[in-house]
Write a protein that binds this ligand. Structure first.
Ligand code: GLA
Ligand code: ZN
Length: 671
């Protein structure tokens, strides 16, 4: 793939406006020493560059841009629209959001604009246009960064009106809307579009996360995601009037729930994201998020933010251990990143982020552990040069991720409140991660034929066209793995009648008659044909075979002996239906046999405790070998005698790697 950038962007958020000019000079010297070649600027400067409704003042930003251009930085130029200036909120209170409780906010905070406020829209569009007019032709501007971490909701009058317009466009008639939301329930019929209100604590919301009408609430999620996306495209288009080709992005947040990132990615030139694992986040979970971010466009992405040391906003902001930031960065590159950027380059003197890690600490000197580690990585990335840029990650397994499904599954009331989307997806992802089997995270409308195995856990919402697409995929020889809580509702959250798993019933060859929910202290057993018994819980589908064969049965309770896991042959392919949450042993047992039969190959042919990921360019494969475990483990034997690109040393037979050590092996592809 053609790379977006000419080099690995290495840098991050830089807020020199918080500092005196002498410090700027000092910054340039220190950054150069650390091989920092990129700075993300102007992220939160709206009040500075537009001090009043009538005036703009770009003088300081000009100086910052000039300084960075002189020093040949790749500038990531943000549009500053993620935090409202005080004057604007004072003069136009409508620009501030109204929260879930119905309270209109005052000046303060950030990510705080009502997306449907015409006043906000006008000011934001103007600002983006002015910035592009002024800086768009500067060749050092490598990327536009619109707003920052779009997210949150607004429940104001402007949003209410816009929601009604959005609904009218979608449903055409009020009857269709009543039907879609099943408004006969609790006598909620509406007769006029003006009777519709947003689902929050004052109406149909139940707590923050639940709703009496999932159809309504899911539509609100879609609408809210679209509203914020319209803010993004509005600024993007304003930039494009003056700058035709610099890539435009905004920083996403992994599995962040409120925005349908697959839809967003279609409007973005390149995906970028902010990676902030906690001290106890499994490495598989971070890898999954990288794969999801890559999957949004099926292309390399930018790591817009990570901390070089610690965060400030988590409960326990532990330091990254020596080598951890480096290993985390290589994991990011391994999974498809073409940039490594930090939040931030110099630690704030005040405000709630003053304890957030940065390349330059409050001591202000290079002689710190963190700075040395940043510099070491900078030197290494400089050495990697353009080698890995634009290279691809190839996978034979696709895991389906869908935001509509995420919303619907988690809005659902019953059967168990412990069913959560990302955790369930991660349980399956982790299986592949531990085997070093590459995975693509794919949308529901992906071309499944690119994959030997498609895993669609908790595919609760089956939208129009999906039944046919999945049936075709399997009939043509594909292998589909799906689970409990699948095939239950349509896109409006109304049940597919006629027995679960609805549209997947024929394909899976099973009928789920009832769904039992198990409390955390309750367990059942999955009993396999060979006598193996493993634990299961959370929910248990009570199934009848309709053509499928039973792979494991329940071992306890009144449904002991009923199928818990099944396999159905369908055309040239097969469907596995896993009717309960299996423990690791049970899941591994099933997945091992699936992978073996489907001839899915891990990245290397030998078992290892290390994470191994491959990126492939036109002429080479890059094997990233990383140790995220506490123990010390041997480099897989297949790499013996090859050269580690980072240390330029030959890998010896029996050589071991300690926690956070990394090797990169380049294998030329012979033509
Ligand atoms: C987010 C924001 C940054 C900063 C970091 C701190 O990712 O985009 O502005 O607040 O969090 O971790
Ligand atoms: Zn609003």
């Amino acid at each position: 793939m053609e790379p977006t950038f000419q080099r690995i962007l290495y840098g991050g958020d830089y807020n020199p406006n918080q500092w005196s000019r002498e410090i700027w000079t000092e910054d340039m010297r220190m950054f150069q020493d650390a091989r920092i070649n990129s700075a993300t600027i102007n992220v939160f400067s709206w009040a500075k560059i537009q001090p009043s409704e009538e005036t703009y003042d770009f003088s300081e930003l000009d100086d910052i841009v000039d300084m960075l251009s002189r020093e040949n930085y790749d500038i990531v130029l943000a549009t500053s629209t993620a935090a409202l200036p005080a004057w604007m909120v004072k003069r136009y209170p409508e620009v501030a959001r109204t929260d879930y409780e119905g309270v209109r906010h005052k000046f303060g905070g950030r990510h705080n604009a009502c997306p449907n406020s015409p006043v906000f829209q006008k000011f934001a569009r103007n600002l983006a246009g002015k910035l592009a007019e002024r800086y768009g032709s500067n060749k050092h501007v490598a990327c536009w960064h619109i707003s920052n971490e779009y997210g949150g909701e607004c429940y104001c009058e402007h949003c209410t009106s816009a929601f009604r317009v959005w609904l009218r466009k979608k449903y055409k008639t009020i009857e269709a809307l009543n039907k879609a939301w099943n408004m006969e329930f609790w006598g909620h019929l509406v007769y006029d579009w003006d009777e519709i209100v947003l689902p929050n604590a004052l109406s149909d919301g139940i707590g923050y996360n639940k709703t009496a009408f999932a159809g309504l609430s899911i539509d609100y999620c879609r609408f809210n995601s679209d509203s914020l996306l319209a803010n993004f495209t509005m600024e993007r288009d304003a930039i494009r009037e003056f700058d035709k080709d610099t890539p435009i992005t905004t920083n996403l947040m992994g599995t962040y729930k409120a925005l349908d990132y697959f839809k967003w990615a279609k409007e973005m030139d390149i995906v970028s994201w902010d990676n902030y694992p906690s001290y106890n986040t499994p490495w598989s979970s971070t890898a999954m998020r990288h794969d999801l971010m890559r999957g949004l466009k099926g292309a390399p992405f930018m790591l817009m933010e990570q901390t070089p040391s610690q965060q400030n906003w988590q409960r326990y902001n532990s330091l990254k251990r020596p080598g951890q930031m480096r290993a985390q960065s290589y994991q990011t590159v391994a999974h498809g990143a073409d940039t490594i950027q930090f939040f931030q380059l110099r630690r704030s003197v005040g405000g709630c982020e003053k304890f957030h890690g940065a390349v330059i600490a409050h001591a202000g000197i290079e002689d710190t552990r963190v700075f040395r580690e940043v510099k070491q990585l900078g030197q290494e990335l400089e050495k990697l040069g353009t080698m890995t840029l634009g290279s691809e990650n190839k996978a034979e397994v696709g895991i389906v991720f869908d935001w509509d499904n995420y919303w619907a599954l988690e809005y659902t009331s019953g059967p168990s409140e412990d069913i959560t989307y990302v955790n369930t997806i991660h349980q399956y992802y982790k299986y592949f991660y531990e085997k070093n089997i590459a995975v693509d995270m794919v949308p529901v409308d992906a071309d499944f034929s690119n994959y030997k195995v498609i895993v669609a856990p908790v595919l609760y919402m089956v939208k129009q066209g999906m039944k046919e697409a999945l049936e075709k995929y399997v009939a043509d020889g594909g292998v589909l793995v799906t689970t409990y809580m699948s095939g239950i509702v349509d896109e409006s959250d109304n049940v597919h009648l006629g027995g679960y798993p609805g549209p997947l019933r024929k394909l899976a060859g099973v009928w789920v008659e009832e769904i039992d929910a198990l409390a955390p202290e309750q367990k059942n057993k999955a009993v396999f044909a060979d006598g193996t018994k493993t634990e299961c819980g959370l929910v248990c589908d009570l199934m009848h075979l309709e053509g499928a064969e039973c792979i494991a049965k329940y071992g306890a309770d009144f449904y002991a002996g009923m199928p818990a896991v099944t396999k159905n042959t369908f055309g040239n392919g097969a469907v596995y239906y896993i009717g309960t949450r299996l423990d690791t042993e049970g899941l591994n047992k099933i997945m091992n046999s699936i992978v073996e039969k489907a001839l899915v190959a891990p990245v290397i042919d030998e078992p290892t405790e290390l994470e191994v990921v491959v990126r492939t360019s036109k002429d080479a494969e890059f094997y990233f070998i990383m140790n995220f475990k506490d123990g010390e483990y041997p480099v897989p034997a297949c790499f013996t005698g090859e050269t580690d690109v980072l240390s330029e040393k030959k890998i010896e037979s029996g050589e071991t790697m300690k926690k956070y050590e990394v090797r990169i092996v380049r294998r030329a592809i012979s033509k």
